[in-house]
Write a protein of this length. Structure first.
Length: 133
């Protein structure tokens, strides 16, 4: 057994994170609702990805709904949410001035994307972490 002091532990953790920084990336975006479902997270190729975590942040005064989709189709020519796409889990309900988090194991999926719907002119932000462990 090796006993590590808090300082050494912190350095080891930072070293591990630096060594694996090529195995993850993050991105974010936002969309202003128009009353119908529209793409919030654009279609992403996840063939070589293990996990995706999505955080949806509602700064508006009304509930917004998010649907996350996946497909095994090799083409992204179809519209996100149509019959070539399958919803992953239930709708994500984001309460007014609140946030929701969804993590997805992407093993076996080709692409994912998400649509959102809310009261017109309300903004919904998202943060996404993509991990390839």
């Amino acid at each position: 057994y090796i006993l590590l002091t808090p300082t050494i532990c912190k350095e080891v953790v930072l070293m591990v994170l630096e060594n694996y920084s090529d195995r993850w990336y993050s991105t974010s975006g936002s969309k202003t609702a128009n009353g119908s479902y529209q793409t919030i997270v654009p279609v992403i190729d996840v063939k070589k990805v293990d996990r995706i975590s999505l955080q949806f942040i509602n700064s508006g005064a009304a509930i917004q709904k998010v649907k996350v989709y996946g497909t095994l189709d090799i083409s992204t020519d179809s519209t996100l949410g149509d019959t070539r796409w399958t919803q992953i889990g239930d709708d994500v309900t984001v309460a007014a001035t609140d946030s929701s988090l969804k993590s997805i194991s992407t093993t076996g999926l080709m692409y994912i994307g998400a649509t959102a719907s809310g009261t017109s002119s309300q903004k919904l932000d998202y943060n996404m972490l993509v991990q390839n462990l």
